[in-house]
Design a protein around this ligand. Structure first.
Ligand SMILES: *[C@@H]1O[C@H](CO)[C@@H](O)[C@H](O)[C@H]1NC(C)=O
Ligand SMILES: *[C@@H]1O[C@H](CO)[C@@H](O)[C@H](O)[C@H]1NC(C)=O
Length: 303
């Protein structure tokens, strides 16, 4: 779909290998809840000399790879994989992009293997591995984010205010300090999680002033808090379509009026889906229903 197969293969390879970036220059101060210093905008934390220059280069590279309106750490990984391979994949190319050569080598090997598997078992899909993987365009980015959601659909997190989470009083003060302190709820626990300050999601949140309503994450890390890592912004609408197996739909709403099609013996109507074990309410969607026995059952979500 939209020439996304090569990206999906690269994403699966990268997610299997894990974060390709070097750690040293990144946010050492994230753990105590502080903003990572010098993040993206070339500021330094006042450490003079070599170290702060390296830090600045690191954050500039991160900002470049994240793109102008970042929505996903996975997309950033795809961009760096494409950039490093385009530059020949050498150790120099790796260090210029602040990635570990070993991780890049493993990702390359996996991409080869997965591409070969696809060529063998799905020859019609047209899987090819090119050295020049251009960054995905907007359409492709949305498709890739939906594929990531499909892969991690049980690791969705919804912003605390939407999920009905109330922070205990003594925590509220410290947690109101910034965007990085916005709690999210996962599907399977009462404990809030926080999006790790390494995530590209902050770049967009800083300009919009708010954190996304829903994300999907690939990893949880326990330390001073529960950090959700490798995050991707998802549209709440996708939860009803891609996440349909995890939705309950309730009764058809009286308005807009259900429509019956006698030729097809089908009904289209609007419902209010609820997502996951905590029944997070989603916006109304249109669905198609068919009769099975005496009951009407939803066959698909139209949107
Ligand atoms: C992105 O590229 C795909 C494949 O080449 C194409 O089908 C799609 O229309 C492009 N979308 C945009 C917004 O350029
Ligand atoms: C019912 O479905 C058929 C087949 O898709 C379509 O041709 C027809 O226009 C529909 N009728 C109504 C009333 O929507």
């Amino acid at each position: 779909q939209h020439g996304c197969l090569a990206y999906v293969i690269a994403a699966v390879a990268a997610l299997s290998v894990g974060d390709p970036f070097v750690r040293e220059a990144s946010c050492d101060d994230a753990e105590d809840g502080g903003e990572p210093s010098g993040h993206g905008d070339g500021e330094t934390d006042g450490v003079p000399g070599e170290q702060s220059a390296a830090r600045r280069r690191f954050w500039q590279a991160q900002a470049r790879l994240a793109g102008s309106e970042p929505t996903s750490d996975v997309l950033k990984w795809l961009t760096v994989v494409g950039a490093v391979e385009y530059a020949g994949g050498s150790d120099t190319a790796c260090s210029e992009h602040f990635v570990r050569p070993k991780a890049m080598g493993e990702i390359r090997k996996l991409r080869h293997q997965l591409t070969a598997l696809m060529q063998t078992y799905c020859p019609g899909a047209g899987a090819v591995m090119t050295q020049h993987m251009a960054p995905p365009n907007k359409t492709q980015q949305a498709v890739i984010r939906q594929v990531v959601l499909a892969g991690f659909v049980d690791q969705v997190a919804v912003r605390g205010d939407i999920a009905g989470y109330h922070a205990p009083d003594d925590e509220t003060a410290t947690r109101r300090r910034g965007l990085h302190a916005v709690p999210y709820m996962t599907m399977w626990s009462n404990e809030p999680v926080f999006i790790h300050p390494d995530s590209v999601i902050y770049t967009t949140a800083r300009s919009s002033g708010s954190m996304p309503q829903a994300v999907v994450f690939a990893e949880l890390q326990h330390s001073t808090r529960m950090w959700a890592k490798v995050a991707t912004v998802v549209s709440p609408r996708w939860l009803a379509t891609i996440g349909q197996p995890l939705c309950s739909f309730g009764n058809p709403l009286p308005f807009p009026r259900p429509e019956y099609n006698s030729t097809r013996d089908e009904m289209t109507c609007h419902v209010e889906p609820r997502f996951g074990p905590r029944s997070w309410p989603l916006a109304m969607v249109k669905v198609r229903q068919r009769r099975t026995g005496t009951r009407w059952q939803i066959t698909d979500v139209i949107g």
